[in-house]
Design a protein around this ligand. Structure first.
Ligand code: NDP
Length: 291
């Protein structure tokens, strides 16, 4: 059942994500004003109990808490720069995906204008909003995060990384990097077995539990990296991790070796530098120092 909440909130940007965030607020009883550049997108939210603003300025002036969920950094500044004066003294929570540098620039812009700024990175797709598996990362104003924690928690699990406004975005993009490389690895495997008549669906049934089990290795690698000693007993050595046979088998299947070859290159650079007997986690040194 909806609960009456007293904080007046405005949501700018009613794309797939902005609409999901606004709907969660309205359903929880927050008085919510919504605005979108193109007309029509507010209708469903008005039917839920939201109020549509004719302009972004009207939406900003309606609320103490303004949430921006626009396409990118350029669209955020296109909409908000002319409204800096109206935003002064209010809290701006910007959950638009931006780079860390853009988030930091926005924080400086906001500080200059007297706006309390919290940056967010959404680790979820719209239908996950409101569920515990939806994770939203924040950095910037601690005051805004703590004061409006109840509101933020409506969207999923909220994590705060500190006053540096770029950190949420940095974490967001680092996590996405891990995801994309993992997906590329899965797709490499699927391409590898395809010439043998194995469907991607069949391969996926084997890949999902295998890759899930392998995430158990993160903690050990992290401990080695943080400890800074790749010679500690029990680590799989770089020489043992040589991927020549996997690269060759991929080529034999007639597929690209770019994905697996990339990992092999990271390994080889450490072996060539004389670290072949050291642990696999050492490839992070290849990543940290571009060739
Ligand atoms: P959509 O493409 O569905 O919506 C984009 C929104 O931005 C629309 O409201 C659009 O308005 C508005 N917009 C674009 N350019 C401008 C502009 N110049 N001026 C004013 N408004 C503008 O994107 P999403 O809602 O999916 O994503 C919004 C943000 O959330 C993005 O930064 C995205 O990276 C992030 N995000 C989205 C996820 C997802 O799964 N959807 C997951 C995680 C993060 P109009 O309707 O007029 O075009």
């Amino acid at each position: 059942m909806a609960v009456e909440n007293s904080v007046q909130v405005s949501v700018l940007g009613l794309g797939a994500m902005g609409s999901a965030l606004a709907a969660a607020l309205i359903e929880a009883g927050y008085p919510t004003t919504v605005w979108n550049r193109s007309p029509g997108k507010a209708d469903g939210l008005v039917a839920l109990g939201g109020k549509a603003a004719a302009t972004a300025g009207d939406a900003v002036r309606d609320s103490q808490v303004v949430i921006a969920c626009l396409l990118d950094d350029a669209s955020v500044h296109e909409v908000l720069d002319p409204l800096a004066g109206d935003l002064a003294g209010r809290a701006l929570i910007n959950v638009t995906t931006t780079t860390p540098a853009q988030s930091r620039q926005s924080a400086v812009w906001a500080a200059d204008a007297g706006i309390a700024y919290l940056d967010g990175g959404i680790m979820a797709v719209p239908h996950m909003i409101g569920r515990p598996e939806s994770s939203i990362l924040y950095s910037g104003s601690a005051e805004v995060f703590h004061e409006h924690r109840a509101l933020l928690d409506l969207w999923g699990t909220s994590t705060y990384f500190g006053e540096d406004a770029g950190l949420a975005s940095l974490y967001d993009l680092a996590l996405l990097s891990g995801m994309y490389v993992m997906f590329a690895g899965f797709l490499h495997g699927a391409a590898m077995v395809a010439p043998a008549g194995i469907t991607a669906t069949e391969f996926g049934k084997a890949a999902a539990p295998w890759l899930t089990a392998m995430t158990g290795g993160f903690e050990g690698y992290a401990a080695v990296i943080d400890g800074g000693d790749y010679t500690v007993e029990g680590q799989q050595s770089l020489e043992f991790s040589d991927l020549t046979h996997i690269v060759a088998a991929s080529a034999d299947q007639g597929i690209s070796t770019e994905v697996i070859g990339m990992v092999q290159q990271l390994i080889q650079r450490q072996i060539d530098a004389g670290h072949g007997k050291e642990g696999f986690a050492r490839i992070i040194e290849s990543i940290k120092q571009p060739a």
